[in-house]
Write a protein that binds this ligand. Structure first.
Ligand code: ZN
Length: 539
């Protein structure tokens, strides 16, 4: 137990930070308190309004929302950080639609292959001729800890991988037996990419043959950011082709695989090179798009630290946009996902310009293409993140679980005045310090650590923070959870919890400000989780 004297000393020490509160901090807090719920309501209502049509990345509704954000940045005096002195930062997306009437192929020395009869394409990205030798790799799973490696001793680079259809698992195993995907075991898709294979040929399973007609009538479209930088949600780069039973038999004739194909009860042979070539011609019609992010820069006040940027991002695009439905309302307003984060970030931008300018610079990002493949953030993180030392991701901040609700879809939704936070405790001491300070000093909302562990999809790879993490940049993410209206027509602005969004904006601004002021540069100083073996933290 403490003596009265020691107690008095403890009380004095506890009071010290308040007594020592600098006028700058006081001014920042005044700016945080001035964040106005009426402004947030007006912004989110406009962004999620019907005339904006759900803000699909390639739609005019996105252009309207982006023009609104850019006009606000201009009015606030925030410097443009996009292309040629503007607020818009463009990137390229190429979309290829397979011409199934002209796509074809050949087994070397054998007959020509016709699309739909002899093979179908499950997915592809690059049109053109794909020709190379064929290597049979059984189930195609590699699980180093279990001693499973069907690629051992085979020349894979530039070859087609021929893989069994069906479960895709080694006989007698389950996914659970194998452990964590991407950590303990790897799929044929992972391995084909890693080893530089040409593509994947799948032997038809019974289910595949039953559904053959629906597959042959589908027109595959390959579409991605170009160049296709990044990992999370990048389109799979190699062609994935399913062979008909006849093509599989012709390809395997005279090899150890022929017996197994003729008799489904016979065991699969060991992996081997087939010693024959296969050509697939993916004739396609391509279209080029130029979507864009909206970006502005608040220059830091300390010349020594202004070159270290902290980025704050929310995706401005919606998942669906417009859709024809029997029910009438054909607009998916995407209010919570993510007009909510976009409106909160507009208020954070305002607070930054109203309060004392922090030492480090802040890059404000409203990005596009998140819902399609993290396009905008992959482009930015891989091409323009050199100066970024820490990243904020605000995605879905507007919904609250009704107290005592029995709605099952709301079980995974934050409670009243509660927002979930993840990132710093796993990644960065300096970021955690800023978060903990604001948590201790303010109760504008309660920040609950949820999804705050590697291996949880909302930690990585399901959000716009993923490409920044891949670049070794520590991140902090704010989120209020999923609900029944997620990616549906009912995601409307009237259902948002505006007081909570206001509290979230105040907390986010204060954490950002303290981080931008910290004498120590933010960095990813904690161990890289096993789930992210490809990350090299920025030093
Ligand atoms: Zn979202």
């Amino acid at each position: 137990m403490l003596t009265p004297r020691a107690l008095a000393l403890v009380a004095l020490l506890a009071a010290a930070p308040l007594a020592a509160q600098s006028p700058r901090v006081a001014a920042m807090e005044a700016s945080a308190r001035a964040i106005d719920s009426a402004r947030i309501r007006a912004d989110v209502t406009f962004l999620a309004s019907d005339p904006n049509g759900g803000r699909s990345t390639l739609d005019a509704g996105y252009d309207s929302a982006a023009a609104f954000v850019a006009a606000r940045l201009r009015a606030l005096g925030i410097a443009p950080a996009g292309d040629s002195g503007g607020y818009f930062q463009h990137y390229t997306v190429i979309s290829s639609r397979l011409d199934t009437a002209r796509a074809g192929g050949q087994v070397a020395g054998g007959r020509a292959l016709r699309y739909g009869e002899d093979f179908v394409v499950q997915s592809f990205l690059q049109p053109g001729r794909h020709a190379g030798p064929v290597v049979y790799v059984s189930h195609g799973i590699r699980a180093p800890g279990a001693g499973i490696d069907p690629y051992r001793g085979l020349e894979i680079r530039g070859a087609w991988l021929l893989v069994d259809g069906g479960t895709g698992l080694p006989p007698g195993t389950t996914r659970e037996d194998l452990g964590r995907p991407g950590v303990d075991w790897f799929t044929v898709s992972d391995e084909a990419k890693r080893l530089g294979a040409l593509g994947i040929l799948t032997l038809p399973s019974e289910g595949m043959l039953r559904g053959w007609n629906s597959f042959r009538n589908r027109v595959p479209v390959g579409r991605d950011l170009t160049p296709a930088v990044g990992r999370a949600y990048a389109a799979y780069p190699l062609p994935r082709v399913t062979l008909s039973a006849g093509t599989a038999a012709a390809l395997a004739a005279g090899t150890p695989l022929a017996t197994a194909l003729a008799d489904t009860t016979a065991p699969s042979p060991s992996p081997f090179a087939l010693d024959r070539e296969l050509t697939i011609d993916l004739v396609a019609e391509t279209t080029t798009y130029r979507p864009y992010n909206v970006v502005g820069l608040v220059e830091g006040s300390d010349p020594a630290r202004a070159g270290e940027w902290i980025s704050v991002a929310s995706h401005l695009d919606g998942a669906v946009g417009r859709a024809v439905t029997p029910e009438g309302d054909s607009i998916y307003n995407a209010a919570d996902d993510n007009a909510s984060g976009s409106a909160v970030d507009l208020s954070v931008a305002e607070a930054l310009m109203r309060g004392p300018r922090p030492a480090r610079s802040v890059l404000l990002i409203w990005d596009s293409g998140e819902e399609i493949g993290l396009w905008g953030s992959r482009h930015l993180a891989y091409n323009a993140s050199e100066r970024i030392v820490a990243h904020f991701n605000n995605d879905m901040l507007g919904r609250t679980r009704a107290p005592g609700t029995e709605i099952e879809a709301e079980a995974d939704l934050a409670g009243p005045m509660e927002v979930w936070v993840s990132g710093p405790s796993v990644l960065s001491t300096v970021m955690e310090r800023a978060l903990e300070r604001v948590r201790r000093e303010h109760d504008w909302v309660t920040l609950t650590p949820k999804h705050d562990a590697p291996g949880v999809s909302f930690f990585y790879p399901r959000t716009d923070a993923a490409p920044f993490m891949e670049m070794g940049i520590p991140v902090i993410q704010f989120f209020t959870g999923l609900h029944a209206d997620y990616h549906r027509q009912g995601d409307e602005s009237t259902k948002l919890d505006i007081p909570k969004m206001t509290g979230a904006a105040r907390m986010i601004y204060a954490i950002l400000w303290h981080l931008a002021e910290d004498p120590e540069r933010p960095r990813w100083d904690r161990p890289v989780p096993a789930e992210l073996p490809f990350v090299v933290p920025k030093r």
